[in-house]
Design a protein around this ligand. Structure first.
Ligand SMILES: [Zn+2]
Length: 429
């Protein structure tokens, strides 16, 4: 066997949301879990070959969390944004703020967001990036980041070749490291139908996921279906071609030709009608929907139709969104808000929405979202809240205390006191 084995043992071990073992351990080698389970079984299988590196007598080893929607670059905005009087005025405010922030400030903001995310138990984050020029300067990330190259063609149409060339360049800039990449036409109000068609084509050709904001606000729905409302008026004032506002729903605009749908991540979906539900039922598991609870509260949207999505067979994951909606990068806080507002959903199901569901959608099912052999060594140690079964999982959501340890790819990134460690290398390489 190459590399030496490192063991982290705790009072309890959760190999995946819903399963609990007393006195458990994970065995890590070269960034991956090579064994896990009850300590006495692990010890028997490895004999003298594994020493305990760290023990948590009060802890629970738990799969690292996956945040399915964030904008790391906007972390700094939470200090300067107020609840808006309309969606259009918020959009205008964010655009204005972006023009006053320098690249250096955005880089600091990205690093602040990463630290906040990993410091609260997230080991993988899907983040939009509207300024790809920042990417080569971001440097080392303490967690896995999937960067989604954000696209808008409000004023300039983008040709197929340009899009694919841009996406490939974006790929090249990315060091072969912890995360991945995808494309993200911003939303149907800032990206054209043609851009969505090209994105789907590109996603198929390059084998990557794509994500978009859709049906987020009542104003977006009114703009496309009724050619009215504040967002409609605001975008007319910016010179947007409004010929696509012809009665189709925002989701119909985004999905266009059904046969091309491939690995689509749809963010928000707050305002839907029967036509959309028909589409969603047809597409089911070819999509993933991302709900962002505190961003939803920030705008005061109508209640999210989680139960309906479940009936339609669409997987739902959770995201934090960003400082632009005054959200933090603490995904467990989002889960707490979500469960408070959807009392019929169990805590185990909630934890799956931040582990297993997005892992499968990213086609990373064997590697993230669980801690069985073969998975990446991405895990969190929470303080044990006590209790059994559903009560235990609910206790983990509700306790305020942050993680007492976080590992990403076998590297310890967060200490018991919450300090995030940058610039560390894996010990056993
Ligand atoms: Zn967003």
């Amino acid at each position: 066997m190459r590399g030496f084995l490192r063991v982290i043992r705790a009072k309890r071990f959760v190999p995946e949301a819903g399963v609990v073992m007393e006195d458990g351990a994970v065995v890590v080698r070269e960034g991956q879990i090579v064994d896990s389970g009850k300590w006495r079984d692990v010890k028997r299988r490895h004999g003298g070959n594994c020493g305990i590196e760290e023990e948590f007598e009060d802890g629970v080893i738990f799969p690292g969390l996956i945040n399915s929607h964030a904008h790391l670059e906007y972390t700094c905005m939470k200090r300067a944004i107020l609840p808006p009087k309309s969606f259009a005025s918020w959009l205008e405010r964010v655009g204005m703020m972006k023009r006053t922030i320098s690249d250096w400030e955005f880089l600091d903001s990205i690093r602040e967001g990463m630290a906040e995310a990993v410091g609260s138990g997230t080991t993988t984050v899907l983040s939009m990036l509207s300024m790809p020029q920042l990417l080569p300067r971001v440097g080392e990330a303490p967690l896995r980041v999937w960067w989604f190259y954000e696209l808008a063609d409000l004023r300039h149409r983008i040709a197929t070749d340009d899009l694919i060339a841009g996406a490939l360049m974006f790929f090249d800039q990315q060091e072969k490291g912890l995360g991945g990449v995808g494309l993200s036409p911003h939303s149907p109000y800032l990206a054209s139908r043609e851009l969505y068609r090209l994105t789907q084509l590109c996603s198929l050709r390059l084998g990557m996921p794509w994500a978009t904001h859709v049906a987020e606000s009542a104003e977006e729905y009114a703009m496309f279906c009724r050619r009215s409302g504040e967002l409609f008026e605001f975008l007319v004032s910016l010179g947007r071609d409004m010929s696509d506002c012809m009665g189709l729903t925002p989701l119909q605009i985004v999905l266009g030709e059904l046969k091309e749908i491939h690995r689509a991540i749809l963010i928000h979906l707050n305002y839907l009608d029967e036509r959309d539900e028909e589409l969603l039922e047809f597409l089911g598991r070819r999509l993933m929907l991302v709900h962002c609870p505190t961003s939803h509260l920030f705008f005061g949207h109508k209640p999210f139709g989680c139960r309906r999505m479940e009936e339609l067979g669409v997987p739902v994951a959770l995201g934090t969104d960003s400082g632009a909606t005054r959200s933090s990068l603490d995904l467990r806080k989002e889960l707490r808000v979500f469960l408070q507002r959807n009392g019929w959903i169990g805590a185990v199901q909630g934890w799956r929405m931040v582990t297993r569901v997005p892992a499968v959608m990213l086609r990373m099912g064997p590697y993230i979202g669980h801690l069985r052999p073969g998975a990446y060594a991405d895990f969190v140690v929470w303080k044990d809240p006590g209790g059994e079964g559903e009560d235990f999982f609910r206790g983990l959501v509700e306790q305020e205390e942050g993680p007492i340890g976080v590992w990403v790819g076998g590297i310890k990134r967060v200490e018991r006191d919450g300090e995030v460690k940058w610039g560390v290398e894996e010990m056993d390489k």
